[in-house]
Design a protein around this ligand. Structure first.
Ligand SMILES: Cc1cc2nc3c(=O)[nH]c(=O)nc-3n(C[C@H](O)[C@H](O)[C@H](O)COP(=O)(O)O)c2cc1C
Length: 320
């Protein structure tokens, strides 16, 4: 999720679930081709399996950006056809491409020709006044003919005229039935449902109808949601780590990154929700919010936050 997730976030989430497939935020083809691609694309080997999500519409640029991404070791290239931001519309990519399935198909074909890994598409059920039945079928058929076998479908339209990107993430109504019908009509395709899934139970309830579920905001706000996924959905027999164990596993990573001059709050901002719904969650968050951004903030800040979360009286008095 742009401006929310990054490699630190993914490293952290990977401590909670080994099997969940993780994606980068959308990276434009141009950022890969003309930006600092090391900064944009590098990731820790522990993040696997991981997909690179690209944004763009020029098939040649997409293909070249995907080739560079695949060389970095990404396990999948995903093309974004769902982002509603104005900036993205003016560059002719994201959700506005739902109206141009042939161009998306060209992009998919070009990417497929340049990388050995699977190429997938994330889209909406439609945009603006499109008929979400016929136009989504046409979109999936056209892009499917170019070799895309997996579609991650955010189960609401994007209203490009009149709504802000933020409004487009919750105002157009969710329509899970439309995604279920897509799967029923195209059983040979892998259809992953996204949008509004806030619990493991809600994800499980979708699985009779679709091949997978993608979580966005809930996984960020309440990351411990991921901890039960390996056991419940992937049949792992490993006991998930506790929240405190997750913090212990994160500490060495934080220390290594601090030594490379990464600022503490660039990492700790992603863990603020770890104790969501637990006693002392607020004090844990507050301690990090007040201290992790300060110049020179080091591992001691995180250590204190851990003690607060663990209920160490010596620290909780100071924190409440
Ligand atoms: C701040 C923010 C940034 C997002 N950035 C992306 C992005 O880069 N790529 C993408 O496919 N979706 C992006 N999304 C959309 C989410 O991936 C997801 O489709 C949407 O939030 C609905 O799922 P959810 O209800 O599980 O969050 C973003 C959402 C938010 C809130």
């Amino acid at each position: 999720m742009m401006e929310w997730t990054d490699r630190h976030c993914r490293y952290f989430l990977r401590l909670l679930s080994r099997r969940t497939f993780l994606y980068t935020e959308m990276v434009t083809a141009e950022a890969v081709l003309y930006g600092d691609c090391d900064r944009v694309l590098s990731f820790h080997p522990a993040e696997h399996p991981i997909g690179l999500q690209l944004g763009g519409s020029d098939p040649n640029r997409l293909a070249e950006a995907a080739r560079i991404g695949a060389n970095f070791g990404y396990d999948e290239i995903n093309l974004n056809v769902g982002c509603p931001s104005d900036r993205v519309q003016s560059g002719r990519f994201g959700a506005c491409l739902m109206a141009e399935p042939e161009l998306v198909a060209e992009g998919v074909a070009a990417i497929r020709a340049s990388v050995p890994v699977p190429v997938t598409v994330k889209c909406r059920i439609g945009i603006d006044d499109q008929d979400a039945e016929a136009s989504l079928d046409r979109f999936v058929t056209t892009v499917g003919e170019a070799g895309c076998r997996t579609f991650i479908v955010h189960a609401r339209k994007a209203w490009l005229k009149g709504l802000s990107p933020e409004e487009n993430r919750h105002l157009p109504p969710l329509d899970y039935g439309r995604v279920h019908r897509l799967k029923a009509g195209r059983p040979e395709l892998e259809i992953v449902l996204n949008g509004g899934i806030e619990s493991l139970a809600a994800a499980e309830a979708q699985l009779p109808h679709v091949d997978g579920v993608m979580l966005g905001r809930a996984a960020y706000a309440d990351p411990y949601l991921l901890a039960e996924i390996d056991r419940t959905l992937f049949g792992s027999d490993e006991t998930p780590p506790s929240r405190l164990e997750v913090l212990d596993l994160f500490m060495p990573y934080v220390e290594t990154e601090l030594a490379k001059c990464t600022r503490l709050n660039q990492m700790t901002r992603h863990i603020l929700g770890l104790f969501h719904g637990q006693p002392r969650a607020r004090a844990f968050r507050r301690h990090l919010a007040e201290h992790a951004h300060l110049d020179g903030a080091g591992i001691a800040v995180l250590d204190t936050a851990r003690r607060i979360a663990a209920g160490d009286k010596h620290f909780s008095v100071a924190a409440e």
